[in-house]
Structure formats: structure tokens, C-alpha cells
Design a binder for this molecule. Sequence first.
Ligand code: MLT
Length: 263
Amino acid sequence: MKRIISELFVYAAGNENNKSIIFVHGFPYDHTMWKTQIEEFSKNYYCIAYDIRGLGQSPAGNGQFTMESFIDDLETIINELKLDKPILCGLSMGGYISLRALERMPEKFSAAILCDTKAEADNNEGKLKRAVGIKRINDEGLAPFAKDFIKNCFGDYFKQNKKEELEDIIEASSKFDPVGVKGSLLAMLGRTDTTANLEKINIPTLLICGEEDKLTPPAVMKEMQKKINNAEYVEINKAGHMTPIENPEEVNQAIKNFVNIIG
Ligand code: MLT
């Protein structure tokens, strides 16, 4: 079922009386990146996936976003849908949102699944890269930036064997509103470091990382695992940064094992 909440495009599937999972996508993607997970988990869970403001079908408005405004949006959706302690599942930028949400409103969630993400804020080099990205979108339009950024996210196996799927993803993201994409870049550039909160996370947590992830590599996520109490870590074969798209079978199995254990 599709809904608009506070102008945001929200997709919900499954029985709303079941336990809920809220999926937060990465950059520059939209809720459809969770398609395979929603197909599988909506059988037993109430699955919610939304388009982050400015991306996909959620309007960019003036594009003045902060990580805090993204958490406000997540909170609004949870409250509006009356979700009772959902499992929070975020990838990369969706993971940054999830990690800050776990710091700001930990009581809202019963478990967390953090895919291909990290707690550290952008360092100077990272901030300058964001600035180059924004300039490039201003100078050349969104498509060349989207193409290069997205290609860098995927591992070799997907790039060699799923060429059409990759082209479709690039084409879809190239049509997003450039104002919204730049707004996300600014929000990520300005986000806080959530490392100090990792040791305070006291809900079951699963970390997932693609073996070929160049953006948030296994070594970074294994460090994160050490800081979170009893966190589980699963490395996904034949996948880069976009594990739920690149190897949905292994990601779904990892999530299934996790949710079965936590009950
Ligand atoms: C993402 O997948 O959300 C991005 O790679 C995050 C980032 O650019 O830091």
C-alpha cells in the first residue's frame, strides 16, 4: 500500500498487526532497493520502506536537509503509522540515519540491522568529495554524477553479470530531483559522528557488509561490531556496497537467521 506522510512517499506491505520492520535506503537510491527483502519479509512482518526526502518520489522542496531533519521524518512516519518498536534496517546513508536515530530515540526500536554503513562522520577528504559532487551536479546535471557514484557502489560480480539491472538503477536515480540529491550530500557532509553511542546500543543488532564493499569495507564494520554489545556480523559474498540488491539471497538469509533468534 502506498501512502503519503508529511509529503514523503511511504510503501507498506504485509499485515499491520505483525511486528514491523522499517527500511531506510542508501544514497542516491529510493525505497525500491529493498524490493526483494520486502517480498520475503512481508509474509511474516509489516514492512515499511519510504523515500528519503528529496530522493525517489519524496519531494525535494528547498533541499535544505540535515541528518536531524531526516531523523525527524523517520520519527514522523513511525508515529503516524503507530509502529510499536519496529526493527530498524538501514543501508549506508540509511545506516547513518539509523545510527543517529538509535542515539536520539533508542526507546523507539526493538532491534537494528545496519548494512554497509559506518558511525564515523565525513573526514576532510570526504567533505571535499561531497563538495566536488555538488559542483559537478551544478555544472553537468545529475546524470554523470549518478552514473559514476552508483558504479562505484557495486561489486565486480554484479557489474559483470547484471549489466541491465545496473543500467536501470542508474537511469532511475538520474531522474531524481538534483536539488534533493544535493540536499542529501549536504546532510551527510554535516552529520555528527555516532561512534561514542555504539557501546550504548542495547538492542539486538545485526551488521551486514559486502565482501567487496569499497565505501564502508568489512574492516570498518568489524570495528563497529566490536563496539556494539553482542552484535552479529555477516559478510556477504559476491557483493560490494549494495548487498540487498547484489546478493539478496544471502542478505535475506542473514536477516531471517537474526529475526528468528530475536523472536
Ligand atoms: C550510500 O550508499 O548511502 C552512500 O554511499 C553513503 C555515502 O556517500 O557516504
